[in-house]
Design a protein around this ligand. Structure first.
Ligand SMILES: *[C@@H]1O[C@H](CO)[C@@H](O)[C@H](O)[C@H]1NC(C)=O
Ligand SMILES: *[C@@H]1O[C@H](CO)[C@@H](O)[C@H](O)[C@H]1NC(C)=O
Ligand SMILES: *[C@@H]1O[C@H](CO)[C@@H](O)[C@H](O)[C@H]1NC(C)=O
Ligand SMILES: *[C@@H]1O[C@H](CO)[C@@H](O)[C@H](O)[C@H]1NC(C)=O
Ligand SMILES: *[C@@H]1O[C@H](CO)[C@@H](O)[C@H](O)[C@H]1NC(C)=O
Ligand SMILES: *[C@@H]1O[C@H](CO)[C@@H](O)[C@H](O)[C@H]1NC(C)=O
Ligand SMILES: *[C@@H]1O[C@H](CO)[C@@H](O)[C@H](O)[C@H]1NC(C)=O
Length: 362
């Protein structure tokens, strides 16, 4: 019993703590005071569901080599020299400025990573880091090349700018592995990426879960909401005004009016049982007149038999207040009229006997 009670208390406490600690919006959503504003892949009143089709945004790179028209100094061979670090800072700033002009949507530029600086004017081999929709990679590589090929100098400010030697720029794409795209998607949480597969949907690369109709093996949640959890795709059954849905695919409809009717009938039956029980108990505690007569007779007889058990005074003291048997001291039963065999056939009389004033007062 103790263990059970402690477990219940523990569970209730845990629920309270979880309820208090869990933020209202899940999966990185934030509350604007009115509702949850969800991240790109999430939806639901608490951002609890993840989309079944996600256009994957990935980290991508492009290998680029440019020739900067400046005199190569020997110090640039030493990555620890001041010349080297100063050049790297200037190069990063100027290239960031240039690459931010890539005509595609803003914010795709993530940075520049210098791989090698060699002589020949100054040949800079670097990696352009991007964050893009996977299916836009080829288009963006073309834009990068066109931008570089049409740029003589990064700015008009003579001291800071970099000028490039025409027709020497090399742009080498580092193709994304189509099969791996969903495992690299930045909008799908790591622990559920495995439940998404890449497919081409109307010209766009999409990561779809089995909740999507575009999946090779789609799940039908019927009237429910399909969403991926850490355990895989899952059906969340919804309710409509008339039905509840259950089953692992929400395939079972439970009629609300039916349930209400069933519960009502059940409650009514319960009520009837309770009333019947109450009546039964009441009748048991207050014996019928006939029984009372017998009881008193019996008590009377026993009173004589057990005369020595208590003083006669208790006889009148214990009047009907708590005894089920009203004691009438002047009652003189007519033994002729009493069916004495009844006391044998009615066992209830024994129960009532516990109210025998003789037993109480001794
Ligand atoms: C994507 O690139 C950014 C920096 O550009 C890095 O911080 C992040 O860890 C990368 N994410 C993945 C999944 O490679
Ligand atoms: C830099 O490029 C030169 C010439 O192509 C090459 O010999 C050298 O190994 C490269 N260094 C690095 C760190 O890639
Ligand atoms: C690069 O730009 C030059 C003009 O500056 C142009 O003649 C050349 O065709 C371009 N190269 C490519 C591959 O587009
Ligand atoms: C780049 O330089 C070439 C000559 O080297 C010139 O014809 C061209 O107009 C310049 N382009 C820009 C954008 O300044
Ligand atoms: C660059 O190459 C193109 C041909 O690909 C040529 O027409 C153009 O004159 C070259 N530009 C320079 C500055 O050498
Ligand atoms: C891009 O550059 C990286 C780092 O130098 C190199 O490992 C990779 O092989 C290059 N990829 C291509 C396609 O040139
Ligand atoms: C989808 O399109 C990409 C390029 O847009 C292609 O590399 C890939 O093979 C296509 N995949 C399928 C399954 O058609």
């Amino acid at each position: 019993m103790g263990i059970l009670r402690r477990s219940i208390v523990l569970i209730l406490t845990s629920l309270l703590v979880i309820g208090a600690v869990t933020p209202h919006c899940q999966n990185g959503g934030h509350h604007d005071g009115n509702k949850c504003i969800c991240g790109t892949s999430f939806y639901g009143t608490r951002c609890e569901f993840i989309l079944s089709e996600i256009r994957p945004v990935v980290n991508a790179t492009v290998n680029v080599t440019v020739t900067v028209v400046e005199t190569f100094k020997d110090e640039l061979r030493d990555p620890n020299s001041k010349e080297y670090t100063d050049f790297v800072i200037r190069f990063n700033q100027q290239m960031a400025r240039l690459y931010s002009e890539i005509p595609h949507y803003k914010g795709i530029f993530r940075g520049v990573e210098i791989i090698n600086i060699t002589e020949g004017s100054i040949i800079v081999e670097h990696i352009l880091l991007l964050k893009i929709y996977a299916d836009e990679y080829d288009e963006i590589v073309d834009e990068v090349f066109t931008l570089l090929n049409h740029t003589n100098c990064t700015s008009d400010t003579k001291t800071e700018r970099l000028c490039f030697k025409a027709n020497t720029t090399k742009v080498q794409p580092v193709p994304l592995d189509f099969k791996e795209i969903c495992l690299k998607s930045l909008d799908i949480p790591k622990d559920i990426q495995e439940y998404y597969s890449p497919v081409n949907v109307s010209g766009k690369t999409m990561c779809v879960s089995r909740c999507s109709v575009n999946s090779e093996d789609p799940i039908n949640c019927n009237k429910g909401q399909c969403s991926v959890t850490r355990q895989g795709p899952n059906c969340y059954c919804e309710t409509s005004p008339d039905y509840w849905y259950s089953g692992d695919r929400c395939q079972t409809a439970i009629s609300k009016p039916g349930v209400y009717a069933g519960v009502s009938v059940g409650l009514f039956v319960l009520l009837v049982i309770i009333i019947a029980l109450a009546v039964f108990l009441y009748r048991r505690r207050r014996p019928s007149n006939k029984e009372r007569l017998i009881d008193e007779n019996r008590w009377y007889e026993e009173g004589w038999e057990e005369e020595n058990r208590g003083p006669a005074a208790s006889f009148s003291n214990s009047s009907a207040s708590d005894s089920a048997v009203p004691v009438n001291s002047i009652f003189l039963p007519d033994l002729e009229k009493v069916n004495t065999s009844m006391k044998v056939t009615v066992p209830r009389a024994n129960v009532v006997l516990s109210g025998n004033p003789y037993e109480r007062t001794t």
